[in-house]
Design a protein around this ligand. Structure first.
Ligand code: TXE
Length: 482
């Protein structure tokens, strides 16, 4: 199978005629050949987006009213729901994720479009009190052409939360999916055209990050960049943006802690602690990859975690087990190397899940791994592994828990498990991160809840209404009328 770019509502072959191989993580075979985008292809997509907007927002997309954009987004949400199974199958094959996870992703995607469709005509400026004789008002205008660099772990969900918000706010989008997982986003661009989005409002250019991704972030026609991926590439993208004074939103992953106090409801906490790292085989930016457990319940919690980890199974996406394979060989080798390094450092592996016998030996299957008594300063407690590996860390006091929880370069999400209301708020206020969950983790996805990081986890907010502000520029108009 070969796939071209999708630009201005049409399939467009790569200007060089070159295609890259994208692999099936469940067996290591080539799944699809993707157009290998370069600067010429990127420019074509940016020009299409500019035309859709028009010089002064007078193009076929730029001149639509908020309610017209809203209606198109509602239609896209309905189309996603109608094609949910097809999209989930594409995503599961491409990313290697369990089909049940991919189905959840398709549902979430429809919900993002629905949410932003409903918000498009409620996004407005203000009138400001000012000196006598003046009326001052603000307008929320789109940036213009927005670039969206999407990784491979949740292509549909990340597309929903960045592209959905950008379109609702009136921007025209150029999307660069990951070379490992582009199929669902290409199909979405096609669905957008089918439901009536004007040509150029939404364009997808595939290719390598270092080539098409880099060309997109460097393109002078881009007015805003939204990037989700690694801290290293995020730094490159931020540099490219700085060269042109282009605003940028970075969502760069984390090393998120869940703190379990002595008085926690363990029955409620246990499945959530496991799911927060097993979900998508740990390839989740907000994965709960550190469990900080208070000494009084430490051995009990550990024993419960051990039995749950030993039951976790990885296998082909269609079997709908706990986990599928990791996305590619690089990720697979990286996770294995970090596990081996931790063991070489004397950190104790307390439990390991298993790989289903039907899994191909050429697939990138990694068992879930549980490490106990992990020193908070060790690599396994500090670095983002992006695999199903949980570091369990004991602590004695609340102060110590806060120090360990905040003691990494990252700051994306934290979970707190306790029945003590005062402690819940005290600790939540001290967390240096973008989201805190008390007696839950992730709130079931939370399309409505602003999401993003501090420190090396990035900056800017996605999801919820807050994302819409990020995809607009505020213009102030002061009228002197005496
Ligand atoms: O990421 P990259 P990779 C983390 C996770 C993982 C590590 C490496 O720890 O192990 O990153 O994954 C595009 N200019 N996350 O190598 O390189 C690339 O094509 C512009 C966390 O896949 O950041 C892809 O579309 N774009 C994360 C996207 O960036 C470039 C999700 C991500 O790739 C580019 C994924 C360049 N120079 C990985 N180079 C999260 N926050 O959820 C690459 N890209």
């Amino acid at each position: 199978m070969r796939k071209d770019h999708y630009i201005a509502n049409a399939w467009v072959a790569p200007s060089t005629g070159q295609y890259l191989d994208s692999f099936d993580p469940s067996n290591g075979q080539v799944l699809v050949q993707l157009a290998q985008g370069n600067a010429t292809d990127v420019d074509r997509a940016v020009q299409a987006a500019k035309q859709a907007l028009g010089e002064t927002f007078d193009g076929p997309w730029g001149r639509l009213s908020a309610v017209e954009r809203s209606r198109l987004l509602f239609k896209l949400a309905a189309a996603v729901t109608e094609h949910a199974e097809e999209l989930a199958q594409l995503e599961a094959a491409d990313c290697g994720k369990s089909l049940k996870t991919a189905r959840v992703d398709a549902t979430a995607l429809a919900r993002y479009f629905e949410y932003y469709a409903g918000a498009a005509d409620k996004l407005h400026g203000e009138t400001l009190p000012f000196n006598a004789g003046y009326t001052v008002l603000t307008l929320r205008e789109p940036h213009g052409v927005t670039a969206h660099i999407v990784p491979w772990n949740y292509p549909m969900q990340i597309f929903g939360r960045t592209v959905g918000a950008a379109l609702a706010a009136g921007n025209a989008c150029v999307v660069k999916p990951a070379e490992d997982a582009s199929l669902s986003l290409l199909r979405l661009a096609e669905l957008a055209a089918e439901v009536g989005f004007p040509a150029g409002a939404l364009n997808v250019v595939t290719g390598y990050g270092r080539e098409a991704g880099n060309d997109l972030t460097a393109h002078p026609g881009i007015d805003h960049i939204s990037f989700t991926g690694s801290t290293q590439t995020g730094r490159l993208v931020a540099h490219a943006a700085a060269e042109r004074h282009c605003p940028v939103t970075l969502e760069l992953g984390g090393k998120s802690p869940q703190i379990v106090f002595d008085d926690a409801d363990l029955e409620a906490a246990l499945p959530v602690l496991v799911n927060a790292i097993a979900q998508n085989a740990g390839q989740t930016c907000s994965a709960g990859s550190r469990a900080l457990v208070q000494r009084g319940i430490y051995e009990r919690v550990l024993a419960l975690l051990v039995s749950r980890f030993e039951a976790l199974q990885s296998g082909p996406p269609a079997l709908q087990l706990d986990m599928g394979p990791l996305v590619n060989r690089k990720q697979f080798e990286q996770v294995r190397a970090m596990v081996e390094q931790a063991k070489a450092q004397g950190i104790v592996e307390a439990a390991r899940g298993r790989v289903h016998p039907d899994a191909s030996a050429q697939g990138f299957y990694q068992e879930a791994v549980l490490f106990r008594d992990v020193p908070p300063e060790s690599d396994i407690a500090q670095k983002e592994i992006f695999g199903p590996v949980l570091a369990v860390i004991p602590f004695d006091t609340e102060e110590q828990a806060v120090r360990i929880a905040n003691g990494t370069d990252f700051g994306l999400v934290a979970g707190i498990w306790s029945r003590d209301g005062a402690r819940q708020m005290r600790v939540a206020r001290k967390m240096r991160c973008g989201q805190v969950f008390i007696n839950n983790y992730g709130a079931g996805g939370g399309v409505e809840l602003p999401f993003g990081g501090v420190k090396a986890s990035g900056h800017g907010r996605e999801k919820g209404f807050e994302a819409l502000y990020g995809f607009t520029v505020l213009k102030t108009i002061a009228i002197q009328h005496g």
